[in-house]
Design a protein around this ligand. Structure first.
Ligand SMILES: Nc1nc2c(ncn2[C@@H]2O[C@H](COP(=O)(O)OP(=O)(O)OP(=O)(O)O)[C@@H](O)[C@H]2O)c(=O)[nH]1
Length: 379
C-alpha cells in the first residue's frame, strides 16, 4: 500500500497522460506497442492490455520486451471488455496506477479489437479518474491491406457487424495509423487514406507505420485533449525514422495538415451517452491439444477453419516437436513462428492452446476441422 493516498497525489502532481490504442481484431495494436516499448528510452510506462479471449497472450508478448526492472508495468485484462457495462476492473486498476504516480510517465491502454475506445475515454472523464489522468490521444490502428480489400465494408451479418465496429472505432480516433504497409506503393496508400477520410472525416492525423513502427512522439505526448491546448504538431512527416523509411511523394496528403482544421474535438462524450454493450454475436472460445503439432499442418488447419467458419482472429501457443511456437492468424492468414520465450508466465509449452474469435462461430465445427487436419484431438 502506498503511504500517500491517490487524491493527495492528484493535488501535488500533474495528471498522467493516457494514450488509448484501438483498432479491429488483429490490426497490429500489440505489435505497435511492442515496438514502442522497445524504444521507450527512459520513459516509465504502464500498459493495460484488454483481450477478448480468455487466454492473455498479448501481455506475455509485451512482457518479453520489458527489462524486468519495473520501468514497464503490464496488466492484462483477458476475457471481456474493460470499461464496458458491468466491468469492475478498469477503475481500480487505474486508481492503483494513480497511487504510484511518481513512478509512471505515461499510460498506454490497448483496448480489445471488439471494443469501442469511447468506453475507456468516458470513464477517464469520470469524477474518480479525471483528477489523476488526462487523455493524450486516441490512436486507431488499421490493417491497411484488409481495408483495401474492402473487408470492412457492409454485406452479410458478419460483414455488417465488422463494418459497424470498425467505423465507430475510427470515429473515436484522433490519429489513424495505417499499418501493415510494408512494400506498399503510394497509390494504395492514397486509396486507403481516402477511404479513412470518407469513413471518419474528423480524424486529426493519418500516420503510416512502416514495419509496425510508429513515431514515439505520436504515441506519447500529443496532448490533444488538454484543456486549452493548441494542437501540437509533434509528429514527423510520414515515413518512420531509420533506413527503412520511405516517404510518400506528396507529404501534404498525409501529414495531418490536410485535415479539416478542427480544434481538439471532444468526441461528444459529454453531450451524448454511448451504450457500451457487447454485440453477443461476437464470441470467443479456446481449443487445446496435448499432441505435439506439425506446424505446417496446423497452419493449414487454422486457415481452413477460418474459411469454413466466421472466424476473424486466432492466436495462441503451439506445442511442436521443434519447440514452442506462437500462432497468429488474421482471418485465413496464418503465421506460426518461434515465440522466442520458451514457456511463458501463462503457458507451460507442453500443450497447444488456441483462442478463436468470430461472429457466431461454431466451436464444434472448428474442433472437427482441426482434428481432421492435424490428426489430433482438440477440445
Ligand atoms: N506484415 C505485417 N504484419 C503485421 C504488422 N503489424 C502486425 N502484424 C501481424 O499481424 C498479426 C496481428 O498483430 P497484433 O499486433 O497481435 O494485432 P492486435 O491488433 O494486437 O490483435 P488483437 O489484440 O487480437 O485485436 C500478427 O501476426 C502480427 O505479426 C505489420 O506492420 N506488417
Amino acid at each position: 500500500m502506498s503511504a500517500v493516498s491517490a487524491p493527495a497525489l492528484a493535488n501535488a502532481m500533474p495528471p498522467i497522460p493516457v494514450t488509448v490504442v484501438t483498432g479491429f481484431l488483429g490490426a497490429g495494436k500489440t505489435t505497435l506497442l511492442r515496438a514502442l516499448v522497445q524504444r521507450r528510452q527512459s520513459r516509465r510506462l504502464a500498459l493495460l492490455i484488454n483481450e477478448f479471449g480468455e487466454v492473455a497472450i498479448d501481455g506475455d508478448l509485451l512482457r518479453a520486451e520489458g527489462d524486468g526492472q519495473g520501468q514497464v508495468q503490464i496488466q492484462d485484462f483477458a476475457h471481456g471488455l474493460i470499461a464496458y457495462g458491468e466491468d469492475e476492473q478498469f477503475v481500480p486498476a487505474m486508481l492503483a496506477l494513480a497511487s504510484r504516480r511518481a513512478q509512471i510517465d505515461h499510460v498506454l491502454i490497448e483496448t480489445s479489437g471488439l471494443a469501442l475506445p469511447s468506453a475507456v475515454m468516458e470513464v477517464l472523464q469520470s469524477p474518480e479518474l479525471a483528477p489523476h489522468f488526462v487523455l493524450d490521444a486516441t490512436l486507431a490502428v488499421v490493417d491497411t491491406p484488409l481495408l483495401l480489400e474492402e473487408a470492412f465494408a457492409s454485406g452479410d451479418a458478419v460483414r455488417d457487424a465488422t463494418a459497424s465496429l470498425f467505423r465507430q472505432q475510427l470515429e473515436c480516433a484522433d490519429v489513424v495509423v495505417l499499418n501493415k504497409i510494408d512494400g506498399m506503393d503510394e497509390a494504395p496508400l492514397l486509396q486507403a487514406e481516402a477511404t479513412v477520410r470518407a469513413l471518419a472525416p474528423n480524424v486529426r492525423f493519418l500516420e503510416l507505420a512502416y514495419g509496425a513502427r510508429l513515431d514515439i512522439r505520436l504515441a506519447l505526448g500529443l496532448r490533444l485533449h488538454q484543456a486549452g491546448a493548441t494542437v501540437h504538431h509533434h509528429y514527423t512527416p510520414v515515413g518512420m525514422p531509420g533506413e527503412r523509411a520511405t516517404v510518400a511523394a506528396d507529404q501534404r496528403r498525409f501529414n495531418g495538415h490536410a485535415h479539416s482544421g478542427l480544434g481538439a474535438h471532444s468526441h461528444g462524450l459529454s453531450t451524448h451517452k454511448h451504450f457500451h454493450e457487447q454485440d453477443p454475436g461476437w464470441q470467443s472460445f479456446t481449443l487445446r491439444s496435448t499432441a505435439p503439432q506439425d506446424p505446417e499442418r496446423l497452419r493449414q488447419a487454422v486457415a481452413a477453419a477460418a474459411l469454413a467458419e466466421p472466424i476473424l482472429r486466432t492466436k495462441g501457443f503451439v506445442h511442436s516437436a521443434a519447440g514452442p511456437l506462437l500462432l497468429q492468424a488474421v482471418r485465413a492468414r496464418v503465421v506460426a513462428a518461434a515465440s522466442g520465450q520458451g514457456g511463458t508466465a501463462s503457458h507451460d509449452g507442453k500443450h497447444s492452446e488456441l483462442v478463436f474469435i468470430g461472429y457466431h462461430p461454431s466451436r464444434s465445427n472448428v474442433a472437427r476441422i482441426l482434428a481432421e487436419r492435424t490428426g489430433a484431438d482438440w477440445t
